[in-house]
Design a protein around this ligand. Structure first.
Ligand code: ZN
Length: 454
């Protein structure tokens, strides 16, 4: 049953909590030990530091960390006396990376469309714990999660925040919202008697009133932001990947209600008309934006709307569309048409001075490969330094958390990653993150995962 009554949802939640608690109890115990024995001050002696606020590569720099925050940033190798010193002298440090478009609770596979009929929410939740760890170890200390099956990413976020699980800091939209038969409708392609008619509780809206109710139900569920689907999409089993699927009135109702609750709104949109409506409707970001035209770009600059290209997702689905049987036929046709176009759109948007934040649509391709997006952005014509700013200070601004994230400076949250060498000379080094610290805790050192308890 895809849409269980309230009692069944409760049962799912209990199963989910039990699964996470059972698997990870040992990690929790280790984390508790770490707190007791960790030195009060840690110093990272970096060969170089990327100043993301000014787009500059600095020389040798020491980052001093205390209590999960950056205490001070000083020139040279100058660890204070008594500090636990970590030698990153051959490496380039930068703020923890931010992926502004992930789906941590799912992942592409040949059986993904059939799995939906066999798996419960707990199955997605348990797998998400592995994907979250992989994402963190790839250097992504924060993500914006833009859609899950049944709000299981909220439980994942809470378990990570509680220190039970290793994973990125998650800002989640819960379930995505859209219209009947649209990209967010989880029943597209199902047999009619199995599909039912999902409504606002499942994120499916067909009026301004439905939109307000859906946002309020998401608020009640504990989301951090709202994700909408104003256009068709590639991976659902319907015919169009780019048609306009929400009215301007529906979009405006989502945005107005979301802003009442302090939420930003991210809009998946491939078609030019859907992008136009979303921007005029007041959304904060356009995701994918494949057929974005000059008028859309002008409107986005005027409205200050962010663009999150997700080139890697387009690249991956275009390649997989050629693998016989990997996607259902309708999906393969859309993937072959839309996938290859995103990179060129991203290049045009950069030239048109549209604000760009880094995001990948992780799940559409395997988790942990997020950093390949850097090379694809450079391939689109963006300077390497800009792509790193897109994944740090820009993405932090999009999240409205730039006071805490996105730069290495005194007072900020101690999220720091490093790569071996100079990524401005060779952007592919971003795929070789060798050091990961989140909230002052080391998760990767010398290119090796570290148990934070040891
Ligand atoms: Zn997505």
């Amino acid at each position: 049953m895809r849409y269980p009554p309230i009692d069944c949802r409760h049962t799912f939640a209990v199963a989910l909590a039990a699964a996470i608690a059972g698997i990870l109890a040992a990690n929790a115990a280790n984390a508790a030990n770490a707190d007791a024995s960790a030195p009060a001050v840690t110093a990272l002696e970096c060969g170089h530091l990327i100043d993301t606020a000014n787009g500059k590569m600095l020389g040798a720099t020491t980052i001093v960390i205390e209590g999960g925050r950056i205490k001070e940033v000083v020139n040279g190798a100058q660890a204070p006396a008594g500090a636990k010193t970590i030698d990153l002298g051959t490496q380039t440090c930068m703020p923890g990376l931010i992926d502004a478009h992930t789906h941590l609770t799912d992942q592409t596979s040949r059986t993904g469309y059939v799995d939906k009929f066999h798996w419960n929410v707990a199955d997605y939740a348990v797998r998400s714990t592995v994907y979250a760890r992989r994402t963190l170890l790839a250097g992504f200390t924060t993500v914006r999660n833009l859609g899950d099956m049944d709000n299981e990413s909220i439980a994942l976020r809470n378990a990570i925040n509680a220190g039970i699980l290793a994973g990125p800091r998650i800002y989640t939209a819960g379930k995505a919202m859209g219209t009947t038969g649209g990209h967010a409708d989880p029943t597209n392609g199902y047999r009619e008697d199995l599909a039912g008619d999902p409504g606002p509780a499942d994120g499916i809206i067909n009026s301004a009133d439905d939109a307000a109710k859906a946002v309020r139900l998401h608020y009640k569920a504990g989301v951090d932001l709202i994700k909408i689907m104003p256009s068709g999409g590639v991976l659902d089993e319907s015919s169009s990947g780019d048609n306009a699927q929400m009215t301007l009135e529906e979009i405006k109702a989502v945005v107005a209600t979301a802003h009442d609750y302090g939420f930003t709104v991210a809009a998946h949109a491939h078609g030019a008309e859907a992008i136009r409506r979303a921007v005029i409707g007041g959304v904060d970001s356009i995701e994918h934006g494949t057929y974005m035209d000059a008028e859309d770009m002008k409107l986005m600059v005027e409205h200050g709307t962010w663009y999150v290209p997700t080139i890697i997702a387009g690249d991956f689905v275009a390649r997989q569309s050629k693998v016989p049987g990997y996607y259902p036929p309708q999906v393969a046709a859309k993937a072959a048409a839309i996938g290859p176009l995103i990179q060129a759109t991203a290049g045009r948007a950069y030239k048109a001075h549209v604000k760009i934040a880094f995001g990948t649509d992780a799940a559409v391709y395997p988790h942990g490969q997020n950093a390949h997006e850097f090379e694809l952005m450079v391939g689109a014509g963006m300077p390497p330094m800009f792509t790193i700013q897109a994944a740090t200070i820009n993405a932090a601004q999009l999240l409205k958390h730039d006071k805490e994230l996105g730069t290495v400076a005194a007072g900020k949250i101690a999220d720091v990653v490093a790569v071996p060498g100079n990524p401005i000379d060779d952007i592919s080094l971003m795929k070789q993150v060798s050091f990961v610290m989140k909230d002052g805790v080391v998760y990767k050192l010398n290119s090796t995962a570290v148990d934070p308890g040891s």
